[in-house]
Design a protein around this ligand. Structure first.
Ligand SMILES: [Ca+2]
Ligand SMILES: [Ca+2]
Length: 338
């Protein structure tokens, strides 16, 4: 099997090889990038309130047309520090990895420079010297290869540098687990998944019997479950969503009145999360920061088109009053692919 894999890796043209395994790439930083945002206006800071007169760089990397990664962009910084790790499963015949540094702009991003890493720098095989150091190795097998580089963009000193680390892990070295590497939490077993049809049940759901003993299906209640889960949280609350409307109530009708009158916790999402944060429960919100969050629709509302031609209105900025507290942590991510 190893011989076949090695043969696959070495086939193709003189320049191309098949990378099969995992690429771990860390984009570290850039230095001395060119300024493509210079407006030629003196004292721009006094005109628009802040210094936007520098490039807003981000980094992407490709195997031919396949995009491996994209970092966040950093506003107005010619020496941006990214320190972002990416784990990319690959099975591609390629001549190498193309790193691109770009300046984010409102209409059309511009290139700040490129660097091409030939694939052959990542393909190394076990030789006699390696076996002397580790007798468990097999001559001819592909090795795990790591490269740390600081390179000039476009091979020009005045275009600035890109610093990165790239590691190729051949498929034979990957574990049998399906676990995604580099995640915040390791894989756990024995978890449960609950599917919901509606946010809540207003009593109008049809009576559904199942089994031979007359069991009746009870529709699960999403918002009630969320409320109970947050109330019972002891260590952390992580919320992920396109947008989170902190004004929304999780309870309705009699339950809402009861919670207001006697409940320990506020049934409104924003105040409820604040209460939990004040109990020293870590509360993290993750929401998307995309074009529709402000550039195209600068108002309070965003119309998010959902499949089946239905649409809903959400308020992406309604949680901003909470963002100013130290109790909440926001992780905003640009995504231009929606
Ligand atoms: Ca700028
Ligand atoms: Ca720009």
């Amino acid at each position: 099997m190893a011989a076949l894999l090695n043969k696959l890796m070495k086939r193709d043209s003189d320049d191309a090889c098949t990378l099969w395994g995992m690429l771990h790439i860390k984009i570290i930083q850039c230095t001395n990038l060119r300024n493509l945002d210079r407006l030629g206006i003196k004292n721009i800071k006094t005109i628009i309130g802040k210094d936007r007169d520098k490039s807003d760089p981000y980094v992407t990397a490709f195997l031919e047309d396949y995009r491996l990664l994209k970092t966040r962009h950093i506003d107005d910084d010619l020496d941006p520090k990214f320190n972002e790790d990416f784990y990319c499963p690959v099975g591609h015949c390629t001549k190498g990895i193309t790193f691109c540094v770009s300046d984010k702009d409102l209409l059309r991003d511009e290139s700040l420079g490129k660097y091409f890493l030939p694939v052959k720098e990542l393909i190394q095989t076990v030789d006699d010297k390696d076996i002397e150091a580790d007798s468990s190795l097999v001559k001819g097998d592909l090795k795990r290869v790591g490269l740390h580089k600081v390179v000039y963009l476009n091979k020009k000193k005045d275009h600035g540098t890109l610093e990165f680390f790239v590691e190729f892990i051949p498929v034979r070295m990957l574990g049998k687990t399906m676990e995604v590497p580099g995640t915040y939490f390791t894989q756990t077993n024995g978890n449960s998944v609950k599917l919901y049809m509606n946010a809540d049940d207003d009593g109008s759901s049809p009576l559904v019997k199942f089994g031979n003993d007359g069991k009746v299906w009870e529709p699960p209640r999403l918002w009630r479950d969320i409320y109970d889960a947050i109330c019972n949280a002891k260590t952390f609350v992580y919320m992920v969503g396109w947008s989170i409307d902190t004004d929304q109530y999780l309870l309705r009708g009699d339950e809402l009145e009861e919670a207001r009158a006697t409940g320990k916790y506020n049934p409104q999402i924003g105040p409820l999360l604040k209460q939990k944060a004040e109990e020293n429960v870590t509360v993290n919100l993750m929401q998307w920061d995309d074009y529709s969050s402000g550039v195209m629709f600068p108002g309070e509302f965003v119309i998010l088109l959902i499949s089946c031609c239905s649409f809903s209105m959400i308020q992406p900025t309604s949680n901003q009053p909470y963002a100013n507290t130290t109790l909440f942590y926001f992780f905003l991510r640009n995504d231009e692919d929606i």
